[in-house]
Write a protein that binds this ligand. Structure first.
Ligand code: BDP
Length: 327
């Protein structure tokens, strides 16, 4: 009698069990792309590889990520748009190209907004950093972690000893309204050019110089042409690891959780790799005979101060205050 009642229920019990435990493993793996502008071996690219490996392990092979380095999938502006559309699943970009979709994150591009690497990480790891990552979902992007982008300095094909030496030069910048205004404020001309094209722009004389961190200056071989750097550290521009919102929709809660966990582990790995690489890159530039001047930072701060009063950036006031208040 009991058997007769239970038998019709058996298929239902089996379906419920399958949906639970092993449905994850049964599904075909999702093969995804991660867009990166840096070449293999660059600390950020190494951290992408680490992230991909962790995600594959933690999802039992359910998500396979292929790191597409060296701008193979396009410029940062292009891949950010593709991630929004769901064409590219993962991107690792500077926060600069994200401003066009989500303006508040531009506050990180304000000169000297962070006092030090330590201050920057306190902000990124605290409520402000979390707020910006979480808010990206409003524009179809899921922010899952930050990477270190070091301090950015100016470099050119002629000696740079003081802020006055930048006057009249044509300087490559990222495609960002803040970067353009920053360079103009210093009396130079801003040339927004995609990262992959900066080397040839320097080589052909389209620009006289650029601004970036020492690892990029060296790994992109800019230092071979623009041999004069002035260490003014006008910016510490965080980088961000992003998942396409459309792709995110297709994931299980478990997959989302392990992706977040892997991003955190990749960040820890990246910071360490970054600090090591920065030292090596500086040594390489020095060994190649480049001139690296220490800037009088207060003069750069004074020269860039007008940026804080520009009406375009008035919305940042509240964030600037909050960031400065982080001890
Ligand atoms: C590098 C960043 C990269 C940017 C590049 C640039 O790591 O994400 O695309 O600068 O200036 O430092 O475009």
């Amino acid at each position: 009698m009991r058997k007769r009642i239970l038998r019709p229920l058996l298929p239902i019990v089996l379906i419920v069990l399958m949906q639970g435990a092993d449905a994850r493993m049964a599904a075909a793996p999702k093969v995804c792309k991660l867009a990166e502008v840096h070449p293999p071996g660059y600390p950020t690219e190494l951290a992408d590889e680490k992230f991909a490996k962790l995600v594959q392990e933690k999802t039992n092979g359910g998500i396979v990520i292929k790191v597409c380095h060296s701008s193979l999938l396009g410029s940062e502006d292009q891949v950010a748009e593709q991630a929004q559309l769901g064409v590219i699943e993962f991107i690792r970009v500077s926060t600069s190209p994200v401003i066009q979709f989500y303006k508040p994150i531009g506050v990180f591009s304000m000169p000297y907004i962070f006092r030090s690497q330590e201050h920057m990480w306190k902000v990124l790891n605290g409520p402000i950093g979390k707020h910006f990552l979480d808010s990206l979902c409003t524009v179809g992007l899921i922010g899952i972690g930050y990477f270190d982008g070091g301090a950015r300095d100016f470099y050119a094909n002629r000696p740079l000893k003081s802020v006055a030496d930048l006057r009249g030069l044509r300087i490559r910048v990222q495609n960002s309204i803040i970067m353009v205004n920053m360079v103009k404020t210093l009396g130079a001309t801003a040339a927004p050019i995609a990262y992959a094209e900066v080397y040839s722009a320097l080589q052909t004389g389209v620009v006289d110089g650029a601004e970036n961190n020492i690892p990029s200056w060296v790994s992109q071989k800019h230092y071979k042409i623009a041999r004069y750097m002035i260490k003014d550290a006008h910016l510490r521009l965080p980088e961000v690891l992003i998942v396409s919102g459309r792709f995110w929709q297709s994931l299980t809660d478990y997959q989302r959780a392990v992706i977040r966990e892997a991003a955190q582990e990749a960040t820890d790995f990246q910071i360490k790799a970054w600090n090591e690489y920065e030292v090596k890159a500086l040594a390489q530039a020095k060994a190649a005979g480049c001139t690296i001047a220490e800037a009088n930072v207060p003069t750069f701060q004074a020269a860039l101060a007008p940026l804080y009063g520009m009406p375009e950036f008035a919305d940042y006031k509240i964030w600037i205050k909050k960031i400065k208040e982080v001890e």
